[in-house]
Design a protein around this ligand. Sequence first.
Ligand code: GLU
Ligand code: ZN
Length: 496
Amino acid sequence: MDTPVRVRFCPSPTGSPHVGLARTALFNWAFARHHGGTFVFRIEDTDASRDSQESYETLLEVMRWLGFDWDEGPEVGGPFGPYRQSERYDSYADVARRLLEAGRAYHCYCSQEELDQRNELARSEGRAPGYDGHCRTLTEEQRSAYEAEGRRPVVRFRMPEQAITFDDLVRGEITFQAGHVPDYVIVRGNGHPLYTLVNPVDDALMEITHVLRGEDLLSSTPRQIALYDALAEIGVGTGQAPRFGHLPYVMGQGNKKLSKRDPESNLLGYRERGFLPEGLLNYLALLGWAIAEDRDIFSMEEMVEAFTIERVNPNPARFDLKKAEAINATHLRGLPVEELAERMVPFLQAAGILGAEVTEEQRALLLAAAPLVHERMVTLAESVEMLGFLFLHEDAFTRDPADSAKLLETDEGRRIVQAAHDALSALPEWQTTAIDEALRAALIEELGLKPRNAFGAVRVAVTGRRISPPLFESLELLGRDRSLARLAAAGAAVRS
Ligand code: GLU
Ligand code: ZN
């Protein structure tokens, strides 16, 4: 590539950030990094009725959480700023004026009712609806007459009268026949510029070389290519249109397009559940791209190294939450245990299990416990259920009522906790193997119980749940006093 790559990620700050957005950011970012180019982050906030400051802040937070770095954009600035479109209205007004002067755009005075009526007529006559060019060639008199009526014109872009062909980086050559794309509005009657104008104008001004975005935007590409040509004519930007590549749709449940409203679309949900950013990104990379056949797991460095747009698959990708979880679990298993422990801390804090200040002792306990759950975890938030029992004080410790009813509040349950308590109280040394042997001797050999039932009851008594990290190790970590106290309390509770 001769010109240095400049790509942009340009979301609108509406609603909560979703999976599709992150996939677009990822592909642009990886493309920029692979080519040693520039990743521009731009905020398309020109729709005051839908944009919000809260969404904007969430967007930045999520981008940081995912680990993206941007070379130009909010908070980092850059030579083509500002990077929030709401701060760039002057440029848009200037460009619109010059397009009008050059005859590449014109004032359209048609009211909505008139447009609707003519569309209705077109349909009834079997013609395609869409703007019919009514105001393309108004005379001065006609214009003055409309002005005298107090009409406020919109600005419409004049589409060229020939077919538009471009070579999509993902889909190959695409042609839009002449006459299929009507003249479109770029500035409203009140002077407010629309996405149709500001998006390509900024791409031109920011010297964007490649536009990688979702397939849903494919229909705006011929308009933008035509506008680019006009921008080149009036001297806005480098005169060179970007190359376009449209990323495949992502399909959700029931073979429908994954919608922003589907719960599995919500990026914040993944963060709350404790997905690792690198795990989630690894999964999102697979929505339309593959590093190699039969290979699912890779790091972001590996993706950057390997990423080419030629390998993007034009066919719809399928969103599969189970696969996302499996990939995340693999990344979790790959973490060094110290780091796993460190990353669990905020989740334990959010659940109130650890306080804002984590003591040395708590850190040591967490580090010792981490290996017990390392292979079993899918997301970091599971640490709360899996390890909470180790940190909770006796007055805050609770047991799952269903597990308790099933395994503790029975004659057998009562016998088991009593016997376990007796066997463990007599133990000279509090250590996994000794605990294991003592419980086996007392419960399996002497009482003749099935290991599943026997250890299940002890598990519920000391960890609160039927599913926990390995039992004997858990008892060792919990310590003698607290283990015995919980067994005793379990016996007392069920006796009452
Ligand atoms: N702001 C537009 C959107 O979020 C960006 C479209 C584009 O990438 O060109 O849909
Ligand atoms: Zn008109």
